[in-house]
Write a protein that binds this ligand. Structure first.
Ligand code: SF4
Ligand code: SF4
Length: 235
């Protein structure tokens, strides 16, 4: 498949499954047969993923992308041999970085859950075509990715303000919001991908969806307390 189809989540999943290294081969930049130029997307994803790996305490050399044409068998062999040697020298994933196995699994699982959020937050940069290698190094910075992950935003519906208009429930792309007619809506934090749609669509006069960062999300209100109580207008 096109290297542009190699999602950030695929790479993190490979590491979560215990792979010691991930090698991605793409067509030469600017030589894509289609208008999509997915190899640029793959490059940006790799640059981003390397910073995420650093944040997780993993050696970013465990991930490599090379751009080659189908007629360059020798170059491909050399690149794979060199990568294999690098990974062998680094040693087993996690062990070499002195990270406990369970801890590593948990860090990778947490990072995998954040993939949609990270992709939305970095959408503009991920769409950029980097024209020369000098730009690669500082394109994503460690500070930027640390901040993004450390200050991750969660969404919460204020039960006092929700008017059960159901717009957010209909627009949520992953069905993370439960509610219904006359029912205070509640976000399932385990399903939510932090896309922010509910925050954007909740009408300003309700303003019921809050962004929360740096503090725990309040627990959902009990089922039996979810009926919306509407105040009657005084006649
Ligand atoms: S859009 Fe706002 S008011 Fe409407 S159901 Fe969602 S949280 Fe409640
Ligand atoms: S942030 Fe996105 S995924 Fe999460 S509940 Fe709101 S609409 Fe759904």
């Amino acid at each position: 498949m096109c290297s542009g189809r190699v999602d950030l989540e695929f790479v993190l999943r490979a590491f979560a499954k215990g792979m010691d290294g991930v090698f991605i081969g793409g067509c030469r930049l600017n030589e894509c047969n289609y208008i999509t130029h997915g190899n640029y997307d793959a490059l940006n994803m790799v640059l981003l993923c390397k910073k995420i790996m650093e944040h997780l305490g993993l050696n970013p050399q465990r991930l490599r992308i090379e751009f080659l044409s189908s007629g360059e068998g020798n170059l491909f062999t050399e690149a794979v041999d060199d990568f294999t040697k690098t990974v062998k020298d680094l040693g087993q994933l996690g062990k070499a970085e002195a990270i406990d196995e369970d801890e590593l699994r948990s860090r990778l699982e947490e990072a995998r859950k954040l993939v949609p959020y990270i992709k939305i937050a970095k959408r503009k940069k991920l769409e950029t075509h980097l024209e020369n290698e000098e730009e690669y190094d500082g394109f994503f910075t460690s500070e930027e990715i640390d901040k993004l992950i450390n200050e991750v935003v969660s969404y919460h519906i204020d039960p006092e303000k929700c008017q059960a208009c159901m717009i957010c429930q209909r627009r949520c792309p992953v069905e993370a919001i439960s509610g219904g007619k006359n029912r205070i809506h509640v976000i399932d934090q385990d399903i939510c991908i932090k896309c922010g749609t509910c925050f954007e669509v909740c009408l300003p006069r309700f303003g019921a969806v809050n962004q929360i960062s740096g503090e725990p999300v309040p627990p959902p209100i009990p089922e039996e307390e979810r009926t919306v109580v509407r105040k009657r207008k005084k006649s």
